[in-house]
Ligand binder design. Structure first.
Ligand code: ATP
Ligand code: MG
Length: 386
């Protein structure tokens, strides 16, 4: 069977100075893990400033493309035809390959890594261009049908016609561990995906209420995490039964403060998860001013109950922008399936929009719900997600 090679490029990692090796290793580990998980045969090598995946079966090429496009840290990748420098004539070899392609216009782009090569890049472009013109094709440098890319290394030539774009960002696991508070909505899954592209290793926490359609929403959250985490190392989800605590809050707290207290209670339970998991912070899907709980006053009052920093990558985006990202990450169709979030359980018609932290602390002191929060945390179910 025909064996192929894939060259994987990264950009941001290259700026990491002394830590670069750590970032490169994480990227290699992540690629290795996910290709193995998909039963793909390959060998993986670190080269200077890029990775080389070798011994790929032709039948796996499209699967690998799909996977690499979803692995944070990769800027571009391509599957070149590779020729040894001492054996082949680069111009003739390229023309031979070009003859097999179906196209009208073309452009040539040569990069000379080995500056000792007798022709400079521009000379290669011109010479090769005129050879291809003689075959009856037209030059179009702006938007050619066929992009003829040549890279000249000391030992070998790479020729390729397509270069795939990756997600960029940083390899998962290089920015530390985070707890993502995930609902079944549109926003928090997008926030999680964006943070994973910034290198976050994410553990998920979802609060549910039995009286809501808990089974439906639990499955939905599980499906959303599977999409976010499809090409990432395994993770886990804490499913936290919120009903008892919510009933207590409903009994003891004035309706207009319920939403704020629910969310503060979520963070206090989240603190316990973060401590247990050695997390460094939280991720939420908050967007400033989108709903009543997201005014600056309420966000501040809610976040005040967290002992850890809270990362809200959607804070400055509007719903349209978030929806666009949700579609791009293939989350949207699952996110819009009907569900009821436990936070909407018995909240006031006109909730407080300017939560005052002193007033809230006063209400909470009287409620004495700390034991119940510990009990709720202890009753959470942990689901492993491959
Ligand atoms: P989303 O679309 O993510 O549900 P939202 O716009 O509906 O967000 P809220 O319902 O106010 O906004 O929730 C704000 C954030 O609180 C969510 O993005 C999520 O991070 C967290 N959150 C809300 N409900 C839950 C829940 N049941 N379990 C875990 N976290 C939740
Ligand atoms: Mg919501």
């Amino acid at each position: 069977m025909n064996q192929r090679v894939c060259i994987v490029n990264y950009s941001e990692i290259k700026l990491k100075g002394k830590n670069r090796k750590f970032f490169e290793k994480k990227l290699r580990d992540n690629i290795w893990y996910i290709l193995k998980k998909n039963y793909i045969d390959f060998n993986l090598h670190q080269e200077f400033g890029r990775l080389r995946i070798e011994n790929i079966n032709e039948k796996d090429v499209s699967k690998i493309k799909e996977i690499l496009k979803d692995i944070p840290g990769i800027s571009t990748f391509y599957f070149p035809f590779i020729f040894r420098r001492d054996e082949e004539n680069i111009l003739e070899k390229t023309v031979e390959l070009v003859k097999k392609m179906d196209f009208n216009s073309f452009g040539v782009r040569c990069k000379r890594v080995d500056k000792r090569f007798p022709l400079n890049s521009q000379e290669v472009n011109v010479k090769l261009g005129s050879m291809i013109v003689q075959l009856g094709h037209k030059v179009n440098l702006d938007s050619p049908d066929l992009k003829v890319n040549i890279i000249i290394y000391p030992e070998e030539f790479h020729i390729f016609f397509e270069k795939e774009r990756g997600l960029n960002g940083l390899p998962i696991g290089t920015s530390g561990k985070f707890i993502s508070l995930i609902s079944g909505g549109i926003d928090s899954p997008v926030a999680s995906k964006l943070m994973s592209i910034r290198g976050a290793e994410i553990i998920y926490a979802h609060f549910f209420n039995f009286t809501n359609d808990s089974c439906g929403v639990k499955n939905k959250v599980f499906e959303l995490i599977k999409i976010i985490n499809k090409n990432s190392p395994p993770t886990k989800l804490y499913l936290i039964p919120f009903e008892k605590l919510q009933n207590e809050i409903i009994t003891l707290c004035p309706p207009k403060y319920r939403m704020i207290i629910y969310r503060r209670s979520m963070f206090r339970i989240g603190n316990l998860i973060c401590k247990k998991e050695k997390g460094k912070g939280f991720i939420t899907g908050d967007s400033l001013g989108q709903v009543a709980s997201q005014t600056i006053e309420n966000i501040s009052a809610i976040q005040n109950s967290s002992k850890y920093p809270i990362f809200t990558p959607l804070i400055g985006l509007n719903k349209e922008e978030i929806t666009e990202k949700s579609r791009k990450f293939k989350l949207y169709e699952t996110s819009i399936l009907p569900y009821s979030d436990c936070c909407s359980f018995l909240i006031a018609k006109h909730p407080e929009t300017k939560g005052n932290i002193y007033k809230i602390l006063e209400i909470e002191t009287k409620m004495e719900i700390e034991n119940l929060e510990n009990e709720t945390f202890n009753n959470s179910e942990i689901v492993e997600i491959e």
